[in-house]
Design a protein around this ligand. Structure first.
Ligand SMILES: [Zn+2]
Length: 204
């Protein structure tokens, strides 16, 4: 793609780094910005930079947060003795939009996947176990993608919790095996949360 300005070219190259954005779409976005007021574009750029610089992660659940503790953990109206374990922040957002879950979360930051070189140590599993011990959690519900890596992760964590009285469940298989949690429709996801199963039943 031949562009008449290196400034334009640099901006297009930056947008094209984003997932799902090809060179043509990047050019369309950049040309759109070019039509906006200088102040608006400056605000746009600063918002992105500030988000990246200032965003924090909750010290308790590893969700995205504006402070040390996220708004979900700080909410006393929610059942803090019920923890939903998810792979990433997008899953928290997906479950929150069902409005069917009133507990807290724990974001693992990934999933056990030996083929990709991801082991338990790279995930926030230790902090989950010590959190359950300390907070005397009553129930842990796994909401992981229904695939081999998800099952492996559930199995591993469940074994680590065997000595604790915490009830361990998983969301029901409303979502097809091999599917992706974040792409499920809200109804399927809501039903899955409502019909969670004891994990022993699930792993078998
Ligand atoms: Zn939190």
């Amino acid at each position: 793609m031949q562009l008449p300005s290196s400034l334009l070219e640099n901006a297009v190259a930056q947008f094209a780094k984003l997932p799902g954005i090809g060179k043509k779409t990047a050019l369309r976005l950049v040309l759109h910005l070019l039509k906006q007021e200088v102040n608006d574009v400056q605000h746009f750029g600063e918002t992105i930079a500030r988000m990246r610089r200032d965003i924090k992660f909750c010290q308790r659940c590893h969700n995205i947060s504006d402070g040390d503790i996220c708004s979900i953990c700080a909410n006393s109206m929610r059942n803090q003795k019920l923890i939903c374990v998810v792979e990433n922040i997008r899953d928290v957002i997906a479950i929150e939009s069902t409005q069917q879950f009133n507990g807290a979360y724990h974001v693992l930051g990934g999933i056990i996947s030996p083929l990709d070189g991801i082991g338990p140590d790279q995930l926030s599993i230790e902090s989950l176990v010590s959190r359950i011990e300390k907070e005397e959690t009553e129930e842990l519900v796994f909401a992981l993608n229904p695939n081999i890596q998800g099952d492996t992760t559930i199995y591993y964590i469940q074994k680590k919790l065997a000595h604790l009285p915490c009830r361990v469940t998983t969301i029901a298989r409303g979502i097809a095996f091999g599917g992706e949690l974040e792409y499920a429709d809200e109804m399927t996801l809501a039903r899955s949360i409502a019909n969670r199963l004891p994990v022993q039943q699930y792993v078998k």
